[in-house]
Design a binder for this molecule. Structure first.
Ligand code: SAH
Ligand code: MG
Length: 911
C-alpha cells in the first residue's frame, strides 16, 4: 500500500467554533483547529465584553464593600442611563413612574439585574446565592456611604439619584413617551400554600409604565419597591423569574440600620414550588413571568408564560421529563435504560441531559474522566459460551458496542484497538463531591463510554425523584447497583428542597386530594393490570419488530372519559422513531408494538400518568381540566421496522459476541493442529487475523483474501500497526489479496489451515458450492473451517422481544416470515441443508467432516446460532498432484504484504 492510500485513511481535520451563552449576551469564537482553543477564544471575548465598563476594576483586588459602593455609584451616572445594560432599562422606566415614585429604583432590581452587583453581594455573603433578599440588605446598607449621590426614599426599599439627570441626557436616552397602548403578558401565579392550584394571570403592562408596579399590584403590595426578584430560570437567555412580595416584617428588618445579615429570619411561608424552580428561597405567593430588559434591545422584552410552559419547566427538572421534552413526546417517550449506539439514539443525549440537570439544580458542571483500557485486558474473553437471558442481553449490548470507526457495516468486526471506560463525578457549586459513577462496561468509542456513564447517573436520579421518601439505606443500595457512590450527606443537602417539597406535599395531601399530583413524582410506569388488552387491526404482514430494531410509528393520545364519550386529543405524531427493547417508550406501548407487524394498527387504554405530564402536553389546560379524572387512549400504527445489524443482534444475545466466539473456535483449532500457515478466505476487515496476533500460536504465515477493497484497507491498517509494534510474534509473513475466492489462484494453495467464517452466505448458492469444490480440490488446506448462520436459530434471535406467535397459530409461522440476519445474505441454510452440502462436498474430495457451532447448544433445538463444518484432509496428495503455479492464473492482487524484516520500518509494497 503506498503513501497515498494511507493519506486517504487518515481522518479529515475538523474545525471548531464555540458559542458561549451567558445570561446577558452571547459570544461566538473565531474558527479554531482545536476545540479547546475555540473555547478559550469565546471565553476571552466574553471577558472583554464584561470588562468594557469604564469603572470596571477587578473586585477581588479591592475590598468588595468598596467595590459594591463604586458599582452602585456607576449605575447612577449620567452615561449609564443611555447604555444597553439591562439595568439601564429600569432606570429609564423609573423616569416614567408617576408622582412620588418618579425616578425610584427598587433596590431588589439592582441586585437581580446587574450581574456585577450580584457577584459582589455573593462575595460579601455566600448565602446571597440562595437567599435573594440578603443582597437587598447589603445594598441598602451601602447607600449611606453614597450620600450626596444616591438616596433611599424614606421607609422604602428604593434608591434614587440625588440630583436629577440633565435634560439633554434624558432627551438622548430615548425614553418612550406616554402611550395608551397596553401589553398583555401571560404569567403564572404560584400560591405558597400547596392546597391552592397554580393559576394563570395576565399582566397588563402599558408601554409607558413600569412593569414591576404591575407585578406588585398582582402580588397585593403597593409598588415595585416591595417586589423581590429571583435569579432567571430556564434557558441561559431566558428572562423568566419568580417575583414575590417582601413581607412587612422583612421590609422593616431590611430597613433597620442594625440589621445583621447573618441572623436574618424570614417569617412567612416558604413557597416550596417556587423555590424548587429557582433554587432560591421564595416566600409567600409568587408570580412567574418572563419580562424584563435585556442586552439585546432597549425595549422591554416580554413573553407569555402559559400553564403549559410552567409544567414543561417543571418536568424538565427531572431527567426523564427532560428527555420526553427533547423528543416532543411527553406521553410516549421514556429515557432509555441503556445506551446502545449513537445511531439508534433519538432525542437529547445523556451527557447533555446530565449537564442540563446540574445547571438546573445549581450544581457544578459534571466531570467526565474517560480512560483508555490497554488492548490485552479488553481482549481477554471468557472461555464459556454462555447464552444469556434476554433481559440481560440489552445490558450486554452496551459492552462491545459496534460503531467504531474501524467497523464495516456488514457484520464484519475488527479487533479492539483500544477500549474505553468512563467515570462521572457530580459536584455541588461549592465543589463538594455528590455523586461518583464508575461503570464497569467497556466501549470501543470514548464518546459511547461517556454517554453510557451519564445515562447511568441519570437513571439513578430518575429513580430518586420517583421516590423522594426513599430511606438512606435504600438510596445507597440503589446507587450501588448502578456503580454509583453517593456522598449522601452532600447529596441530601443539595436536594433538601425537593425533600421538603415532597414532605410538605404529603402533609397537604392528607384528606383532600390535591388538584395536581405530586410535582416531583414524575415518572410513571403502568403495571399490566392497568391496561386493557390491545386491539390489533389489519392483516399480519410478517414484518415484526425484534430487539434492537428501530421502529417507526404514528400515534395519537387522547383523554377519554369512562365509556369513551368525550375525547380530547392531547398528543400525536405522524412519524416517531425509537429503538425497541430499551424502554425508550412507555412500557405499555412497548409491549403493544412488539405484538404488531408493519401496517397494523392498535388501540388501547391506560390510566392517567401524573397530571404534570398531561398539563405539559396540552396547550390549553382549561379545556381538559374536567377530563383529568379519566384515562388515556392510545392509537398506534406500525409504519416501519429497520432490522438491527447482524452484529448488533449477535452482540445483544451472546457473551462474548458471536463473532468473538467464532474467532475463539478457530484459534482453538489452530493451536491444536500446530499449523504454521493459515489462509482466511473472505477475511473482511481482518477480525480473525487480527485476533490471532493476540494469542501465542505456532503460525508463521498468514494470508487473507477478500473481494472488498475497503475491508482489506482496514485489515491492512490494523495488521500493519500490530505487526510493526510486536517484536516477539512468531509471524514471519502476512499478505492480503484482493480477489474472489471462487477463482483459482496458486498462492492460496497448500496451507495447513483454511478458514472461511460467515462468508458463503454472502454469495449466491451456486457460487458457494463452487467455492467448496475449488477449496477442497485445488486450494486443499489440511483443515478447512467453514461457518455460516443457522437459519433455524433466527427464531430465537427474533423472539428476543415478546410476540404473539403462540396466540396466533393461524398466522404464518415465524420461520417462514422472518428475514435473514443481514441484508447482504443471499441465503441462510438450515442445519440439514448445511449438513447435506458439507457431507457431499467432503465425500467428493476425500475429506472427512465434523459439525459443530457456536452460540447456543448443538444438543438443544434449534441448534447452534452459527453452524460450523470442519473438513480434514484424509489422504495427503503429493506435490505433483497440485496444480502448477502458472503466473497467468494469479488473478489475486497483493494489497499489502508484510515480512518480519519490515518490523518497525515503513510498509513496503512488493510484487
Ligand atoms: N470472515 C470475516 C468477514 C465476514 S463478512 C469475519 O468473520 O469477520 C463476508 C466477507 O466475505 C465480506 O468481506 C465479503 O467481501 C467477502 N466475500 C463475499 N464473497 C466473496 C468472494 N467471492 N470472494 C472473496 N470474498 C468474498
Ligand atoms: Mg454474514
Amino acid at each position: 500500500m503506498d503513501a497515498q492510500d494511507w493519506q486517504f485513511l487518515r481522518k479529515v481535520p475538523s474545525l471548531f467554533r464555540c458559542r458561549l451563552e451567558l445570561p446577558e449576551f452571547t459570544v461566538v469564537s473565531d474558527i479554531c483547529k482545536k476545540k479547546k482553543d475555540a473555547e478559550q477564544s469565546a471565553a476571552d471575548l466574553a471577558l472583554k465584553m464584561l470588562g468594557n465598563n469604564p469603572t470596571d476594576e477587578n473586585p477581588s483586588e479591592k475590598d468588595p464593600c468598596d467595590a459594591l459602593i463604586a458599582r452602585i455609584k456607576y449605575l447612577f451616572t449620567d452615561e449609564f442611563l443611555s447604555s444597553f445594560h439591562p439595568m439601564s432599562g429600569h432606570l429609564r422606566a423609573a423616569l416614567q413612574r408617576k408622582g412620588g415614585l418618579y425616578g425610584l429604583i427598587p433596590a431588589s432590581v439592582i441586585a437581580a439585574c446587574d450581574t456585577k452587583t450580584s457577584n459582589l453581594c455573593k462575595l460579601l455573603n455566600t448565602e446571597v446565592e440562595s437567599k435573594p433578599f440578603l443582597a437587598l440588605s447589603l445594598i441598602m446598607r451601602a447607600i449611606p456611604r453614597l450620600s450626596g449621590f444616591v438616596v433611599t426614599s424614606k421607609g422604602q426599599l428604593s434608591i434614587q439619584k440625588q440630583n436629577p439627570y440633565p435634560t439633554e441626557i434624558i432627551e438622548s436616552s430615548d425614553i418612550q413617551q406616554c402611550s395608551t397602548e397596553s401589553i398583555l403578558v401571560k404569567a403564572i401565579q404560584i400560591p405558597a400554600s400547596l392546597d391552592e392550584t397554580i393559576q394563570p394571570v395576565t399582566l397588563d403592562i402599558s408601554s409607558s409604565g413600569y412593569y414591576l408596579d404591575v407585578i406588585a399590584q398582582k402580588l397585593g403590595v403597593t409598588d415595585a419597591s416591595k417586589v423581590l426578584l429571583s435569579r432567571t430560570i430556564g434557558k441561559a437567555s431566558s428572562e423568566t423569574r419568580l417575583y414575590f412580595a417582601a413581607s412587612e416584617s422583612l421590609v422593616m428588618e431590611l430597613l433597620s440600620d442594625h440589621a445583621n445579615v447573618k441572623d436574618f429570619h424570614v417569617k412567612g411561608l416558604l413557597n416550596a414550588r417556587a423555590s424548587y424552580f429557582c433554587g432560591q428561597e421564595i416566600y409567600g405567593d409568587a408570580i412567574m413571568a418572563s419580562v424584563g430588559y435585556t442586552w439585546r434591545s432597549k425595549e422591554l422584552f416580554h413573553e407569555d408564560v402559559s400553564l403549559q410552559s410552567y409544567y414543561r419547566m417543571l418536568i424538565s427538572k427531572i431527567p426523564n421529563g427532560n428527555y420526553k421534552l427533547s423528543r416532543e413526546a411527553i406521553l410516549t417517550a421514556e429515557l432509555p435504560s441503556v445506551f446502545t449506539t449513537k445511531a439508534n439514539w433519538r432525542g437529547s443525549f445523556p451527557r447533555e441531559i446530565l449537564c442540563t440537570f446540574c445547571r438546573q439544580h445549581q450544581l457544578s458542571e459534571p466531570i467526565f474522566s474517560p480512560t483508555s483500557i490497554p488492548l490485552k485486558a479488553s481482549c481477554k474473553l471468557p472461555r464459556s459460551q454462555k447464552k444469556l437471558k434476554v433481559t440481560e442481553a440489552a445490558e450486554l449490548a452496551t459492552e462491545y458496542t459496534n460503531g467504531g470507526s474501524l467497523n464495516a457495516g456488514d457484520g464484519e468486526s475488527v479487533g479492539l484497538e483500544s477500549s474505553f471506560r468512563c467515570e462521572v463525578k457530580v459536584f455541588s457549586k461549592g465543589q463538594d463531591l455528590i455523586i461518583e459513577c464508575s461503570p464497569k462496561e467497556i466501549y470501543k468509542k470514548q464518546s459511547d463510554a461517556i454517554q453510557s456513564a451519564s445515562l447511568q447517573v441519570l437513571s439513578w436520579l430518575n429513580a430518586y425523584f420517583k421516590d423522594l421518601g426513599m430511606p438512606l439505606e435504600k438510596l445507597n443500595c440503589s446507587a450501588d447497583a448502578l456503580d454509583i457512590r453517593l456522598t449522601s450527606e452532600n447529596f441530601l443537602k443539595e436536594f433538601a428542597l425537593c425533600q421538603s417539597l415532597h414532605n410538605v406535599q404529603q402533609c397537604g395531601n392528607q384528606g383532600s386530594k390535591l388538584p395536581e399530583s405530586k410535582s416531583t413524582n414524575m415518572e410513571y410506569t403502568l403495571s399490566g393490570q392497568d391496561v386493557c388488552l390491545p386491539n390489533i387491526e389489519g392483516s399480519y404482514s410478517g414484518v415484526c419488530p425484534s430487539s434492537g430494531s428501530l421502529l417507526c410509528i404514528s400515534y395519537s393520545v387522547s383523554l377519554v372519559t369512562e365509556g369513551g364519550h368525550t375525547k380530547e386529543l392531547i398528543e400525536s405524531k405522524d412519524e416517531f422513531e425509537f429503538e425497541i427493547g430499551n424502554g425508550t417508550v412507555v412500557s405499555t406501548l412497548e409491549g403493544v408494538v412488539t405484538q404488531m407487524s408493519v401496517g397494523q394498527c392498535a388501540h388501547f387504554n391506560m390510566n392517567l400518568p401524573p397530571h404534570e405530564f398531561i398539563l405539559a402536553a396540552v396547550d390549553d389546560p382549561e379545556k381538559i381540566v374536567s377530563l383529568l379524572s379519566s384515562g388515556l387512549e392510545y392509537h398506534v400504527t406500525l409504519l416501519r421496522v429497520t432490522e438491527p445489524s447482524e452484529e448488533r443482534m449477535e452482540q445483544a444475545l451472546f457473551s462474548p459476541p458471536l463473532s468473538k466466539q467464532r474467532v475463539e473456535y478457530a484459534v482453538q483449532h489452530i493451536k491444536k493442529s500446530s499449523a504454521t500457515t493459515l489462509v482466511d478466505f473472505g477475511c473482511g476487515s481482518g477480525s480473525l487475523l487480527d485476533s490471532l496476533l493476540d494469542y501465542p500460536t505456532s503460525l508463521e504465515k498468514m494470508v487473507g483474501a477478500d473481494l472488498s477493497q475497503k475491508s482489506l484497507s482496514r485489515a491492512a491498517k490494523i495488521l500493519h500497526t500490530k505487526l510493526s509494534a510486536k517484536s516477539d510474534a512468531g509471524i514471519k509473513s502476512a499478505i492480503l489479496y484482493h480477489g474472489s475466492i471462487t477463482e483459482f489462484d496458486p498462492r492460496l494453495c497448500g496451507f495447513d489451515i483454511g478458514t472461511c467464517l460467515e462468508v458463503i452466505e454472502h454469495m449466491e448458492e451456486e457460487q458457494a458450492c463452487l467455492f467448496g469444490d475449488i477449496a477442497l480440490s485445488y486450494f486443499r488446506p489440511k483443515v478447512l473451517i467453514v461457518s455460516t448462520p443457522n437459519y433455524e436459530y433466527n427464531v430465537i434471535l427474533q423472539r428476543s422481544s415478546p410476540t404473539t406467535q403462540e396466540e396466533d397459530p393461524d398466522e404464518k409461522s415465524l420461520s417462514q416470515s422472518c428475514k435473514f440476519r443481514n441484508h447482504d445474505h443471499k441465503f441462510e441454510w438450515t442445519r440439514e441443508q448445511f449438513n447435506h452440502w458439507a457431507s457431499k462436498l467432503a465425500e467428493r474430495h476425500h475429506y472427512s467432516v465434523e459439525f459443530s457451532g457456536v452460540g447456543g447448544s448443538g444438543d438443544v433445538e434449534p441448534g447452534f446460532a452459527s453452524q460450523i463444518a470442519v473438513f480434514k484432509q484424509e489422504s495427503h496428495l503429493d506435490d505433483d498432484d497440485l496444480p502448477t503455479q502458472e503466473n497467468s492464473s494469479q488473478h489475486c492482487k497483493v494489497i499489502w504484504e508484510w515480512n518480519c524484516n519490515d518490523r518497525s520500518v515503513p510498509s513496503s509494497t512488493s510484487n
